[in-house]
Structures are given as C-alpha cells and as structure tokens.
Design a protein around this ligand. Structure first.
Ligand code: NAD
Length: 303
C-alpha cells in the first residue's frame, strides 16, 4: 500500500493530510519519450516504422479534436500515420470496405476507428471487422475475451493508462480492495479485469449499485469511470487510498471536472489524479505504445 499521508506541521495547527497528486501529464510525456526511443530502434532494425490508421467519420467536433491529438502524437513519436476522413453520410458498406482494406495493408499495424460513429452505422460490426492483431483500441471481442481469460492480447488504452498510473504510485495491488465505478466496455470492465489480473479483490459498481458510498468507503484503490461531475463525495473516500478519476465532465462554466469531489477527496486519499491532467493524457500515450506492440507482434507472426 502507498505510504501514509503526510501531515504538514505549522506553528499553530496540523493541517488536514493532503493527497499526493498523480501527474498524468508527466507520466504520459515519459511514456511517449520511451516509445519514441523504442520506435527509432524498431525502424533501425526493420527498415520501417510502425503504422497507425485513424478513421474519422463525420464532423463531430470532439472526435475531430481527439483524432488530431492522436495524429500529432504519431508524428512526435515516429509512428507512420495513415489518416482517413469520411463524410457523415458514409454507408456501413463503405466503412467496412475501408476497414478490410486497412486490414490487408502490411504497412498499417494498428487501426483506430474513432467512436462514436454516426447513428446509422453499426459500431459493433465495424469493431468486429478490425483484424484483432491491429486492434490497438482493444475493443474487439477477441481482445476483450483474451483479457477476461488473462491471456496476452491488445488492451484498451485508457485502462492501460490507469494501470500505469497505479504502478507509478507503488501501490501493491495484490489483495488490495479495488472498487471500479462504471462498467462500460471501453473503461470500467477492462480496468476491473486488469486489476483482477494483478490480484486485486475487485468490486464493480454501476448505476444499479445500491450503496455506492459504502462500496467506495471500503476501497484501497478507487477507479471512478462514471461520467457524472463530482458524484463521488470526498467524505466517502477511504483514508490513505489511491483514487484514479477517469471521468471528464464539462461544467456550465466551461471548467472540466472529474467524477470525484476533488478538493474534499484530497484531504483523505494518499494519491489522487487531477482532472484535467490525470488519466486524460495517458490515453494517447498508451495508443502509441499499443501501435508499437502491434507492429512487434505482427513481425513475430510474419517471420
Ligand atoms: P459510459 O457512459 O459508457 O459508462 C458510464 C458507466 O457509469 C456505466 O457503466 C454506468 O452503469 C455507470 N454509472 C452511471 N451512473 C452511475 C451511478 N450513479 N453510480 C455508479 N455507476 C454509475 O461512460 P465511459 O465511456 O465508460 O466513460 C466514463 C467517463 O470517463 C466519462 O466521463 C468519459 O468522458 C471518461 N473517459 C475518459 C477517458 C480518458 O481518456 N481520460 C477515456 C474514456 C472515457
């Protein structure tokens, strides 16, 4: 478990313990530097760079921003970028055809189809068409089945980032009580299985959980992935725990906040991620790492 919270002595009183902030921005930057070095080595050895195809359908502003960030990261770390932008009225058949084409291109090692897709497209069938070897988003049913079975496979990027941040705190996950609030296929479920892989005792909470406060109060490690601004109250947090806040919620004043009541939680947790600057920057960094991993695995299969 992490070291005890630090009490700051002043001449007149002992202030409440303050959690140590987990700096996702710095960790993400370190991951990108490491990946860049490994990609340069990969390129020297094999004569080509790992390649990532990004597919953006329609004109959703948030999706366009995310995809831009991913392409920028490719350029920064040395991943060859294969951008595809399709209009909102693209048919299911046309998108499937593009995914099949990317599956067949040997210079593309990873395929990322930015979600959400327009409503007339069946996202599940698109995700299932991506070659599991190129599934750098870790969303293919085969990747998720491998995770559930504890076998090697592509893991989703945000959960990978969460695990990296947890590891950096030095927390011993073995036997720790971990509570995951949120059960989406993208975030909550994979994180729960990754924690289980690391021998934590995992409780999954969701919208029908009867007493979320009581579950959170037991958590040595809390992962909040709900998408509701500050719904996890600081007073629920177990003193000395590690709190990872995946939530990103925009308030009416334009400010971004997480799912955890941050200031109050800081007075109880030993470690906590801020929002923004916590989990957020990790996702793209782990996508770069996954692209390199995919390229290496395809090398093994080819040779
Ligand atoms: P989602 O809407 O798919 O899932 C939300 C989950 O929260 C559901 O499983 C639901 O059961 C649960 N939930 C809803 N109300 C609840 C309640 N009262 N108590 C307990 N659980 C409740 O969302 P998602 O895609 O998993 O994303 C969750 C949050 O994480 C969002 O804020 C999203 O923006 C953020 N997110 C951040 C990153 C990142 O890179 N940092 C990546 C993905 C998602």
């Amino acid at each position: 478990m992490p070291s005890a919270p630090v009490y700051i002595a002043t001449p007149f009183y002992y202030a409440a313990p303050m959690a140590q902030l987990i700096d996702g921005k710095a960790t993400a930057a370190a991951v990108r530097v490491a990946v860049k070095t490994e990609i340069a080595e990969f390129q020297r050895t094999h004569g080509y760079a790992p390649g990532l195809a990004t597919v953006l359908v329609g004109d959703d502003a948030a999706s366009a921003t995310y995809v831009r960030g991913k392409r920028k990261a490719c350029a920064e770390v040395g991943v060859a970028s294969f951008p595809h932008e399709l209009p909102a009225q693209t048919t299911q058949a046309d998108l499937l055809a593009l995914v099949c084409k990317l599956n067949a291109q040997s210079e593309v090692h990873g395929i990322l189809v930015q979600l959400p897709l327009p409503k007339h497209i069946d996202s599940d069938s698109i995700i299932e068409t991506v070659d599991p070897a190129k599934d750098v988003d870790g969303l293919h049913p085969l990747s998720q089945a491998r995770l559930v079975q504890g076998r090697e496979g592509m893991r989703p990027c945000t959960p990978l980032g969460v695990m990296r941040l947890l590891d950096d705190t030095g927390v011993d996950l073995k036997g720790a009580r971990a509570v995951v609030a949120g059960r989406s296929n993208l975030v909550g479920k994979p994180i729960a299985f990754m924690l289980l892989e690391r021998h934590a005792t995992v409780t999954m909470c969701h919208s029908r959980t009867r007493d979320l406060a009581a579950e959170v109060a037991n958590a040595d490690v809390l992962i909040a992935a709900i998408g509701r601004a500050q719904m996890i109250r600081g007073a629920w947090i177990k003193p000395g725990s590690v709190v990872i806040d995946v939530g990103i919620n925009r308030q009416s004043d334009g400010k971004l906040v997480g799912d955890v009541e941050f200031a109050a939680a800081c007075e109880r947790a030993a470690f906590i991620t801020p929002v923004p600057g916590g989990v957020g920057p990790m996702t793209i960094a782990m996508l770069m790492q996954n692209t390199l991993t995919a390229a290496r695995r395809q090398l093994t299969v080819r040779s």
